[in-house]
Design a protein around this ligand. Structure first.
Ligand SMILES: [Zn+2]
Length: 218
């Protein structure tokens, strides 16, 4: 159905997407497929896949997506490609088809980008550099750059780092909720408390109201 509609109409269908996934949809094109969207200077309609912050491959032909405007750097995470493609499919199934596994893969991705505290603290410790994801994919700590990190205003990772996040989400999804509990040990203070309450919500969505009424009795 979507393929017969103009891009502007297609974009409206994003309103059906859950909030966790919608954070990962860009307002402007981030990327394109050189096969389906060859570069020229004519105005071209925006393809849906150009806005999706969880894609590393083109949903039409399967080719690797490339940055639309910025520098095109190779990803240092090629060896995680298999897991990254699984993660891409998990996030895509959730966003486009409302399919969830034991939790929201987009929520896993969000939690993986929270800060962790490495132990022992490295020389010249830079708190912004160390994310929960780096506990699963250690190469990340060295590669990450401050300007490439997601912010509330711009929550989408650049294409060269995105495979790490998708692979991390796939690894946690496969391992199950216990892995999130283990990852919590990498955090401290308020961040750890926020992470804990997020995974409590993930793990006990149905019993939450019962738990809070029991708390009131105590
Ligand atoms: Zn393509």
């Amino acid at each position: 159905m979507f393929s017969t509609e103009p891009a502007t109409v297609r974009r409206m269908t994003f309103s059906n997407i859950a909030q966790t996934s919608r954070r990962l949809i860009a307002a402007r094109p981030l990327q394109s497929c050189s096969a389906c969207h060859p570069g020229d200077h004519e105005p071209r309609p925006i393809l849906r896949s150009q806005l999706l912050g969880w894609r590393i491959t083109c949903p039409l032909c399967g080719d690797v997506l490339r940055h639309s405007a910025e520098h095109d750097r190779p990803s240092p995470f090629d060896r995680y490609r298999g897991a990254a493609l699984i993660g891409e499919r998990l996030l895509d199934d959730e966003a486009e088809r409302g399919v969830r596994t034991w939790t929201s893969p987009a929520e896993i991705a969000r939690l993986l980008l929270m800060r962790r505290v490495p132990r022992p603290l490295p020389r010249g410790y830079e708190p912004w550099r160390f994310r929960v994801l780096g506990a699963i994919i250690p190469d990340l700590d060295d590669v990450i750059e401050r300007r490439s990190l997601p912010t509330p205003a711009s929550p989408i990772l650049p294409l060269n780092l995105r495979p790490a996040l998708l692979a991390g989400a796939a690894i946690v999804e496969r391992a199950g909720p216990e892995m999130l509990k283990m990852l919590r040990a990498n955090m401290m203070g308020q961040n750890q408390a926020r992470f804990s309450s997020a995974i409590d919500e993930i793990m006990t969505p149905a019993s939450r109201s019962m738990a809070s009424s029991q708390l009131q009795l105590i």
